[in-house]
Design a protein around this ligand. Sequence first.
Ligand code: MN
Length: 731
Amino acid sequence: MMRQYELVERVASYKPDPDETLLNKAYVYAMQKHGTQKRASGDPYFSHPLEVAAILTDLKLDEETVAVALLHDTIEDTDATRKEIDSIFGERIGRLVEGLTKIKKLDLVSQKAKQAENLRRFMLAVSDDVRVLLVKLADRLHNMRTLHYVKPEKRGRISQETMEFYAPLAGRMGMQSVREELEDLSFCHLYPDAYTTITDRLKEMASENRTTIEKIAAVIEAQLAECADNITVSYRQKSPFSIFKKMERKELTFDKLYDIFGFRVYTHNVAQCYQVLGLIHTRWPMVPGRFKDFISTPKQNGYQSLHTAVVGPSNQRVELQIRTHEMHQIATYGVAAHAHYKDTEIFGGDPYADLRTTIAQLAQNPDPEQFLEHTKLELFHDQVFCFTPKGRIIALPHGATPIDFAYAVHTDLGNSCVGCKIDGKLMPVVTKLRNGNEVEIIRSKDQTPPAAWLDVVATGKAQAAIRKASREAVRKQYSGLGVRLLQRSFDKVGRDFGRDMLEPALKKLSRTSIEDLLADVGRGELEPHLVIEAVFPDYKAERVTQETPTKEDGWFAMAAANMLKFRHPLAKKGKGQPDQTGSLPIRGVNTDLPVRFSPDSGAVPGDRIVGILEEGVGITIYPIQAAQLLDSSENAHKWIDVKWDLDPDSNVLFQTKISLNAKNEPGALGIIAETIGKLDCNIKNLTMSNQNTDFTAMEIELEVWDLNHLETVIDQLGRKAVVNQVKRELT
Ligand code: MN
């Protein structure tokens, strides 16, 4: 067991002139109070608070926190009282110890119905002083390290609580080393077989690769000597749990060096980080898509580093993190490290501010019953805890998506949600959230939640809000279309149109409001000429014969009016679209969704489409036949099911490509261009190459509304005598 003077020495090693009296007093007090109590391991009970204190000295925390660690179980487990602790150690330490006592009994996993209240009490207790949370995490860490002494039937629940709650919380506080250890220890108890398999394989691979790894580190270090002196390279084995997680995501087969080892470069300042990066990218080919700059854009928990991967020495793929020593401290110790780097620019202001706000919000709710009621329904399902970028905890039922998350924060946020970042990465809004995810919602004020989200969301709140918003939006779209249709019709008969003019006609048309009337016109349920007749009772002009709208499977071209092309709302339910419940709706390119169409492949509405998630780009849409998809065939997790969800009145055109062989005769090109033009289709680009004296090969880039439109164009071209072969091009 650590001696009294050893503890003082540990603190003195990072803090000059520590408060020895306080440390000594707390050591003696706790040792005497715990007396002859024993741990499950058979060790004296006092070894536990002492180890917790030691963990906190590893995190280089102040004497008060270390003293609180020594005292943390005294009120709960001995005859010590708050009053006595106050009188010996002062009110501040007394309050911290009491805070820890309060949260000790809170069960955060098994009693579903009490979870909300317990979580709230937990937050209240740590809201006073975040050091309570630091001591609690150290306490949990030591308990996890000694969990194998505890009765087997208790281990599962404790591990689960650690995995679901304390590990993500440590991560949220930026304490990566604590997080990883908590995860690995829980993992070992929750999935013992998987744990053994992975650790055995890790050992094997480590011994097989030892020489190569050392060589790689040495070569990189030698190269970096060009930048500055004392730039060091280290390597580390990835944690068993992080490998397990990746395997669960089917991301790796776990047999390559880079699957299990990561390299780190430590520099002295930020400029050197980028210098090192430049040098490494110049020396070795980089692996595309792996570069991330968390220096210019730190993670919410303060994490900073450059990440990249190169095909490095020995032709091995090498994953590298480049950071300063200070950044490394913060990556390892998180908020606990802050005290030591107060003067740097890494953190501005109070590092605990975010957490405090969260806690204050939770704690402000004066009525626990109401708080519970609010979350109870969701809590009966298994749940996930996620964080807002400001650190607020959002509890959601299992299976919830970022859309649910957005609605849980605020209805407006849900209604304007167009995309999201999960832990800083652009992800589809239909992703299932996991415990500890930090979710940032990307908003657009023009957004209306697509009705297709109804199939995707997991919370009643989100469902109700989406239904309401899409009802309103659809109605708005129809009434907007109604206005345009009426304007045109009034125009045609030489009358001015104004919304107010409709008021007197409402009764005659049996409509209750102007909005209703407009929407019915938009829906095609009320013909514009009836409105004209109702507004102008004297109007008896002969019916303007309209050409019958050409119906191209869901498309109406309103009588010679190019302005008013719109898609019949019912056409969406037509053929050719397999049911894709749960897929992500794409509304074309004119939204703020991080979605783009593959520039070469020319997907058009009606095509069966898939999205490929590309880091930093978002989702790229391809038609299912596109050859490029073969490139991504190994990364099944990047495939996203998407379907078309165009606004009913959208007149967005989509670019696509056809190729044809035309006879070499005068006027051939003219016939082709005319055919295309007559079908209301734009030619964006045309390239020709002479294959032989008889035929010219052409590639034509077109803009079409949808697949039917494109097929009509191809069909009509094929009927022309000058055209030999025409087909769609999917590159
Ligand atoms: Mn304890």
